[in-house]
Ligand binder design. Structure first.
Ligand SMILES: C[S@@+](CC[C@H](N)C(=O)[O-])C[C@H]1O[C@@H](n2cnc3c(N)ncnc32)[C@H](O)[C@@H]1O
Length: 212
């Protein structure tokens, strides 16, 4: 079991690296919700990884848990992104194709390696509309998923892939955020409003394991 002080330490450690866009409040929510899901079966995933900082923080939570004899300590973080910037932009989106390109798979791997996290991260590079159809990912289960894609179609794709495979919680970034109107639209399209739990920091989460 990971202690609350460890969550605090990991949150501040990775916020200080400036490799994620979440800030302390959002990443604290991320890590506490992840902690709440660790007893559920399945791996962890982030869809929308950018420079890899939030993936790293989640992987460190798994690493701390690693000492345990428990089989659930074998979890990994599946990191879904093009690692080359935004691939799609539609009528409900404000971000343009190519934004968030200040990253690469190589630089993320180097960063995860420097923090001794490479064994706990499985990168899934490519456009989500393609990678979520890969055979080897079809049977995966996830206990916790962080979705931070900014765009409407990509968020729909992520919900359609992850929701049936998620045993715990799906946390969305950019709920009701003016720069990402497509995110709230996609979530509202897929879930009844009483299933959407809104957090004050422009995040929302859905508890999985039932019909949408
Ligand atoms: C806001 S950034 C993610 C920020 C990151 N979670 C953090 O905390 O710093 C959004 C990311 O989503 C990725 N993305 C958006 N749509 C995608 C898609 N359809 N397939 C793969 N990656 C996508 C972009 O490449 C970009 O890196």
């Amino acid at each position: 079991m990971i202690a609350p002080l460890e969550i605090n330490r990991i949150c501040h450690k990775y916020a200080s690296h400036n490799r994620h866009l979440l800030g302390v409040q959002k990443s604290m929510n991320l890590l506490w919700l992840l902690k709440a899901c660790l007893d559920y079966s399945g791996h962890v995933a982030e869809a929308g990884v950018y420079q890899g900082g939030a993936t790293a923080a989640m992987a460190e939570v798994l690493q701390v848990n690693r000492d345990s004899w428990h089989p659930l300590a074998q979890k990994k973080v599946y990191a879904f992104d093009t690692f080359r910037g935004m691939p799609l932009s539609g009528e409900h989106d404000t971000h343009k194709v190519g934004e968030f390109s200040e990253t690469s798979l190589e630089s993320c791997k180097k960063y995860w390696g420097e923090n001794a996290l490479l064994p706990y991260v499985i990168p899934v590079p490519g456009i989500l509309e393609y990678t979520t159809r890969l055979d080897w990912l079809d049977k995966k289960a996830y206990c916790f998923v962080h979705i931070d894609l900014d765009q409407y179609e990509s968020t729909l794709t992520a919900i359609d892939y992850f929701y049936p495979r998620c045993t715990g919680i799906m946390l969305f970034d950019d709920w009701a955020w003016h720069d990402c109107p497509g995110v709230e639209r996609a979530i509202r399209e897929r879930f009844h409003s009483n299933r959407i739990n809104v957090l004050s920091a422009h995040q929302a989460f859905v508890i999985c394991g039932t019909n949408p």
